[in-house]
Each structure stands twice: as structure tokens, then as C-alpha cells.
Design a protein around this ligand. Structure first.
Ligand SMILES: [Zn+2]
Length: 465
């Protein structure tokens, strides 16, 4: 057991030599954990999470190190098994790839923060070293893209000039002799200063490279506003190489698929976007036109009922493109609206028409604005639609003459004679319509809508008597 004063302070070997990846130390205290134990050492090369940099991984006395914790000046190492006692001499090995990666990101941060000061007078207020990318938080206005470019150039120049990085232990009262980038606060009597020769001075307890060349390329990923500061996302070293290689592979594959060079992709994408917008407008216009033509055909094919009123319940679906490209899917709402409007404009009529749009059903209800007296009181399209959609778990509304709404998509129904999948051209389900136009269904939601109109119409007329 430890004495009342606790174990002696742990000497931090990584503060003296960040290249030290194996060390020997003496166990000064051991305390049990639920699983395994926590060990204090007289000295350690393991870095404990601090100042935005995560802890090292590695092995101590043959056991994986599960966690590291500072308690005052003592570093506690959590390991899997017990069996160690004070006085044991143990060996520690630091996970070299992880340490090297963290040194690249962390030293990259010092270089980058100084570049933002030099190029744009922006101060770093925070730093985070993440598993995928790292960030610094800057004060001031949003750094414009040309500033980010000049910062990236300056930072990479600093890397390529392979400057020496020195560590200095300096008493607090001598701090004003050094051109520190940032006030270190009043926490310690002796401060550890990191000097990047001819570039940057800052107080920091993290692990850093010994020369800037070890940092490798620094790459800025983007800027976003977080809690009033400008967060710059960046990569350094091996992460930059892996990222750029992956990004280039994606660009190159995409470009090849379109028989383009990768640097022509952005221009091509702009052209595609404009073309798609143009095609979409054209498709909507054609759908509306198709809906109007279909309305004219259906009007002639529908026999007038009581009072000379034509009732049409219809479900539009299954056009010829099979769900691909800008023409994808079934008849769109544009077509539905055009069909309903044209149908009721042709004489005294009521329409209840639906189609699918993604996972939803779209429904419109319309009745002729010029309603003949002989047909009785005119129906209210908005109210009828609300009633209809209530039966399908949906909602909608509108005026007396036109209303629109939606409902969750019911399971699609297929006529018994249709084969599974899209119906081939000229199949039974299309026989009643002109090729390429909406086929009135003999089953499913269209028929249900027709029955609803019939019932509602007789109820409405009955109430008026
Ligand atoms: Zn640092």
C-alpha cells in the first residue's frame, strides 16, 4: 500500500524525448480496479490525454495499457491484470504508429496556428485532435478561401524548410523574454515552451516532432462556424497522404466513368445540373400536357350520371420509363393536377385522382366551377378530399373547387393478369388507354375513389332534398 503522502511524482520522459518509445521504470504504487489494476511509476513515456491530444496506447509489463490518468503529479496506468507490487521494475512500449500520427497532427497544429497569425492575424482559441481529422478554432471574421490557401502554402513551406523544434523549460518570471503566440495562463511555475525555429513559440505539454519535416503535408479540409468561432478542419502527415490518395481515386474513377479527365469534372457537373433542371422543366410540362389529353379522353369515355354529372375516380401509375432517370416513377402531381383541372373544365364533373410520389400518395379533388342547377347543390372539393383522405390515414384540403393532399403509400395493387414487375407495353392493364397515357385501373385506389364519389354524391343530393 502507498503511504499517506501518496506515490512520488512521475517523471515525464516524453517531455524530455518524444522519440522515446520504450522505457524501464519502477512501480511506486498499485491499486486495484474492478478489472485489473492501476499502476504508478517513478517515470513514464506514456502521454496522458491533455490539451486536445488523446493519450498514447501501448503495453506495460506485458499488459495492454487501458487508460492513463494524471492525479496531481502522478501518472496512473490502468492495466488488465494484477500481480504487480511496488518495487517491481517494468518495461513499457509506446504504440509507435499512434504516437507518430499524434506528433504529426499536434506539431501540424502549432505550424498552422502560427500561419493563421502571420497570414491573417487570426488567433487559435482551441484545438482538438480527432480520430479522423483535427480542428483548430479561430477568433475574428470568417477566414476567406484565399486566406486559407495562403495559410496552407505558408504552413507547408514551414514543413518543407525542415526547421528544428526545441523544448525549453522556463520559469514563469522569465516568460516575457519569449515571443509566445498565446498567453499560457498561470497554472505552472515552470513552463515547457515549444520552439519551432524561426517560426513559432508556444507553451505546450504535448508530444511534438523534432523537425518540421516529420509533420509531412498539411491539408485544410474546410471551415465552419462553431459557437462563435471559426473551426478549421485539417490533416497532417500520413493522414494527408491517405486522404489525398483516396480522394484522387474517387475523382479518377468518376471521371473515367464519364470519359473525362478528373480536373474537368467540376465543369461537367455544373453542365449536368443545368441540363437536369432543363429536362425536369420539360418533363413537368409534358406530364401536364399528357394529363390534359388524358382528361379529354376520359371525359368522352365517362357517361354522365344523375343531373348530368360525370364522376371520375382514378389512380395514375406505371408510365413507360420503368423508374429511371429524370422521368422516374409514376405519373407526377403535375399530371394529376392537369388531368383533374381539365376534366372538370369540360362539363359538370367531380374528380378524385391520385398517384404515388415516393413513399406517399398524392390526391387531388376537383369539381366544376360552373355547376348546373339541375345537378343539385355543388360539392365542396376541400371537404370531400378531407373525408376521403381520412379513410386513407392522410390529410389535405383546399377550396370548394380544388383541393390537394397526401396519405401514406398503400401497398401497390396489381391486376390479376399482370406479370410481376413493370407491365410490358400493350399488356392487359393498358388496353383501355392510349399507349403512354395513364391507365384507369379496374382495381385498387382508383376504383375505391370512384365508389367514394358515388356514395358521397347520393348522400349530398339526399341531404339537399
Ligand atoms: Zn503542442
Amino acid at each position: 500500500m502507498m503511504d499517506q503522502a501518496g506515490p512520488k511524482p512521475t517523471r515525464l520522459l516524453h517531455h524530455e524525448d518524444t522519440g522515446l518509445l520504450a522505457f524501464e521504470a519502477t512501480v511506486t504504487a498499485v491499486r486495484p480496479l474492478e478489472h485489473g489494476c492501476e499502476i504508478a511509476l517513478d517515470r513514464t513515456a506514456f502521454y496522458t490525454e491533455s490539451g486536445g491530444q488523446p493519450a498514447d496506447h501501448g503495453v506495460l509489463a506485458g499488459r495492454p495499457v487501458l487508460g492513463l490518468r494524471h492525479e496531481g503529479c502522478v501518472v496512473w496506468h490502468a492495466v488488465t491484470e494484477g500481480g504487480l507490487v511496488p518495487g517491481d521494475v517494468v518495461t513499457g512500449f509506446i504504440d509507435a504508429a499512434r504516437r507518430r500520427d499524434h506528433m504529426q497532427q499536434h506539431t501540424g497544429q502549432h505550424i498552422l496556428s502560427q500561419a493563421f497569425v502571420r497570414e491573417g492575424a487570426r488567433n487559435t482559441r482551441g484545438f482538438h485532435l480527432g480520430a479522423e481529422e483535427s480542428t483548430i478554432d479561430l477568433d475574428g471574421d470568417k477566414p476567406p478561401s484565399d486566406l486559407c490557401e495562403s495559410v496552407a502554402t505558408a504552413a507547408n513551406d514551414c514543413v518543407l524548410s525542415d526547421r528544428l523544434i526545441r523544448i525549453h523549460e522556463v520559469p514563469r518570471e522569465e516568460l516575457d523574454r519569449y515571443p509566445l503566440r498565446r498567453d499560457p495562463g498561470a497554472e505552472h511555475e515552470i513552463l515547457r515552451l515549444i520552439e519551432i525555429e524561426g517560426w513559432d513559440w508556444s507553451a505546450c505539454g504535448g508530444t511534438h516532432a523534432q523537425r518540421t519535416g516529420e509533420v509531412g503535408a498539411i491539408h485544410l479540409l474546410g471551415v465552419e462556424k462553431v459557437r462563435g468561432l471559426w473551426r478549421v478542419r485539417f490533416l497532417a502527415g500520413g493522414r494527408t497522404l491517405r486522404y489525398l490518395s483516396r480522394a484522387h481515386r474517387v475523382l479518377d474513377d468518376t471521371a473515367r466513368a464519364h470519359s473525362l479527365r478528373w480536373d474537368g469534372l467540376a465543369e461537367a457537373a455544373r453542365a449536368w445540373t443545368a441540363e437536369i433542371a432543363e429536362l425536369t422543366r420539360e418533363v413537368r410540362r409534358l406530364r401536364a400536357e399528357r394529363g390534359e389529353k388524358e382528361a379529354e379522353r376520359l371525359f368522352l369515355a365517362t357517361k354522365p350520371g344523375s343531373g348530368g354529372v360525370r364522376l371520375l375516380g382514378i389512380w395514375l401509375e406505371d408510365f413507360s420509363d420503368g423508374g429511371r432517370g429524370p422521368l422516374r416513377g409514376d405519373a407526377g402531381p403535375d399530371e394529376l393536377r392537369a388531368l383533374a383541372s381539365r376534366f372538370v373544365a369540360s362539363g359538370t364533373a367531380v374528380v378524385l385522382a391520385g398517384c404515388s410520389e415516393g413513399e406517399r400518395e398524392v390526391w387531388v379533388a376537383a369539381r366544376s366551377a360552373a355547376w348546373t342547377e339541375a345537378a343539385g347543390p355543388p360539392p365542396h372539393a376541400g371537404e370531400w378530399l378531407r373525408e376521403w383522405l381520412a379513410t386513407r390515414g392522410g390529410k389535405g384540403g383546399g377550396t370548394e373547387t380544388f383541393a390537394q393532399g397526401g396519405a401514406p403509400r398503400a401497398m401497390p395493387t396489381r391486376s390479376g393478369s399482370a406479370s410481376p414487375g413493370p407491365a410490358p407495353p400493350g399488356s392487359a392493364s393498358r388496353d383501355s388507354s392510349t399507349p403512354g397515357l395513364a391507365a384507369p385501373r379496374s382495381d385498387g385506389p382508383g376504383e375505391d375513389a370512384g365508389i367514394f364519389l358515388q356514395k358521397r354524391m347520393s348522400k349530398g343530393l339526399g341531404a339537399a332534398d
